[in-house]
Design a binder for this molecule. Structure first.
Ligand code: HEM
Length: 485
């Protein structure tokens, strides 16, 4: 009995909960913000009961370091959740798959074949072509003095690039014509973030989900995506490979399937290919677009920073050719732009609670015992606002990164836009390259004004919740062809 009491005492502090639902009602509409407020009262390691699921939330760089670095191996699995199970063909993907040899091999394969620097460079011509189209279309809006919906444009820019790089086609020509493709991506994120009772109330929750129609919506998305992958794979199998100069992601994965690439205890199958394509589609399209929208919103709210970053880009790139695209290599020299992007990630991390982890074996954080099967969230949103770490945390001040070695690569636990440890985003370089390249070009070619009648104070910074958190209301700005060029 003594042992039992001692164990109980070593549990992290918990906010008082209600019977059955536990602390679920305290999550509110924006869980990362509610959990931040709770952490101020209960500390940087908290234990919550979300229905039947024990969840630990850590909210400081020190505790994040213990979880993601010191005890990474103890907690680098993912929980089994019905929604992600369906989208990932029974966890055959990378992001939602549990930690095992299978996952290790899949991840290694993708890092080598899909997310490598070589691949990123090889898709650069596609990016440049799509960027040119975007600049032409924004130039038209500039002539007409009409606002551009940047939130939408960033999503379609990335969707075009990801589709071309992955499937060798633009999504306009597929079974998911035009709007349908973007609608499906949007609906998938909605479904993934919707409250799912089966996640928190095993055995009985599905009744609630069935009643609210969540099951049906989810199944429809999975079916539509499946039809899309099938069409893409068929197209690639039919086509004569010699017809195309460059292998795209589907070519690569089909080649690996044919070569019977070994993954842990098994081989790469058709369903693996589909599950991996799901990660590429959802990870590739959304995260960079979200970052670019937040960056443009912060820059518009902070004209001083906007002016400074534009001067840097225009001074460095030069003014010779108004139609030229700023290349990815050239973005290397744009030190202030990189600080602007880090500052954007500090205040607006794309995945504010990271992707949930599941504990494999017991470990301790700040002396508190964390039990196997517990879910772990790292509240990077809270860490970005911690006054112990950041001076004037609410201020958008890229200069704070001037003489400081904090980068976003997972080694500095104050800033974790890509997570850290074994589960760190494997496409960190690809994501960063997309954001650097996209912002550098839009800031080089255009000045940006608020639509008629709006003031800087009118830009709201409301967020959405979910696996990823984006700006709730679309960002609309009026482009002005830069006179400085
Ligand atoms: C600015 C862009 C991006 C950001 C900010 C971002 C952020 C993240 C974060 C926070 C995680 C979770 C890490 C954790 O659980 O600790 C993650 C995981 C992942 N991301 Fe990204 N990401 C970006 C771009 C991309 C792109 C372009 C792709 C694919 C083409 C991608 C594919 C993935 C995958 C597959 C995982 C799961 C890794 C695993 O569980 O082993 N991401 N990303």
């Amino acid at each position: 009995a003594v042992k039992h009491t001692k164990r109980w005492l070593r549990q992290p502090p918990s906010p008082p909960g209600l019977p059955i639902i536990g602390n679920l009602h305290q999550l509110g509409e924006l869980p990362h913000q509610s959990l931040w407020r709770l952490s101020k009262k209960y500390g940087p390691v908290m234990l919550l009961k979300l229905g039947r699921v024990s969840t630990v939330v850590v909210s400081s760089p020190q505790t994040a370091k213990q979880v993601l670095r010191d005890h990474d191996l103890h907690c680098c699995s993912r929980p089994s959740v019905e929604a992600t199970r369906k989208f990932s063909y029974n966890y055959l993907d990378i992001a939602f798959s549990p930690y095992d040899d299978y996952w290790k091999e899949k991840r290694k394969l993708c890092v080598r074949e899909l997310f490598s620097t070589k691949r990123v460079n090889s898709i650069q011509p596609i990016k440049e072509m799509e960027m040119k189209k975007l600049i032409d279309s924004i130039t038209e809006s500039a002539f007409e003095k009409t606002p551009v919906n940047l939130s939408e444009r960033f999503i379609s820019l990335n969707a075009n690039v990801v589709c071309k790089a992955s499937f060798g086609v633009s999504f306009q020509g597929t079974v998911l014509n035009n709007e349908k493709f973007l609608d499906l991506v949007h609906e998938t994120f909605e479904v993934l973030k919707s409250f799912s009772a089966s996640e928190f109330f095993p055995y009985i929750g599905w009744i609630f989900d069935w009643f609210t129609g969540l099951h049906e919506r989810r199944d429809r998305c999975v079916r539509d995506f499946d039809a899309f992958y099938e069409q893409m794979i068929d197209l690639h199998l039919q086509k004569n490979r010699e017809e195309r100069s460059e292998d795209d992601f589907v070519d690569l994965l089909l080649r690996l399937e044919k070569e019977e690439a070994v993954l842990g205890y098994g081989k790469l199958t058709r369903n693996h290919i589909k599950a991996i394509l799901m990660n590429v589609l959802l990870g590739g399209i959304n995260s960079s677009a979200i970052t670019m929208t937040w960056a443009m919103s912060e820059l518009t709210r902070n004209p001083r920073v906007m002016k400074k970053v534009q001067s840097e880009i225009r001074d460095q790139i030069g003014k010779k050719n108004k139609t030229r695209i700023v290349s990815l290599d050239e973005t290397d020299q744009l030190k202030y732009l990189k600080m602007v992007i880090k500052e954007t990630w500090r205040l607006h991390p794309v995945s504010p609670l990271l992707v949930p982890r599941e504990v494999i074996s017991e470990f301790k954080v700040n002396g508190y015992t964390i039990q196997p099967k517990t879910r772990v969230h790292v509240n990077t949103w809270a860490i970005g606002r911690d006054p112990e770490v950041w001076k004037d945390p609410e201020e958008f001040l890229p200069e704070r990164f001037m003489d400081c070695d904090i980068d976003a690569k997972g080694q500095h636990f104050e800033l974790l836009p890509f997570g850290s440890g074994r589960r760190i985003c494997p496409a960190m370089y690809m994501g960063t390259a997309t954001v650097d390249f996209g912002l550098a070009n839009l800031l080089y070619h255009f000045d940006w004004k608020l639509p008629e009648g709006l003031d800087v104070e009118d830009i709201d910074m409301d967020e959405t919740s979910g696996l990823t958190s984006h700006k709730k209301h679309d960002l609309l700005l009026v482009p002005v062809k830069s006179l400085a060029l």
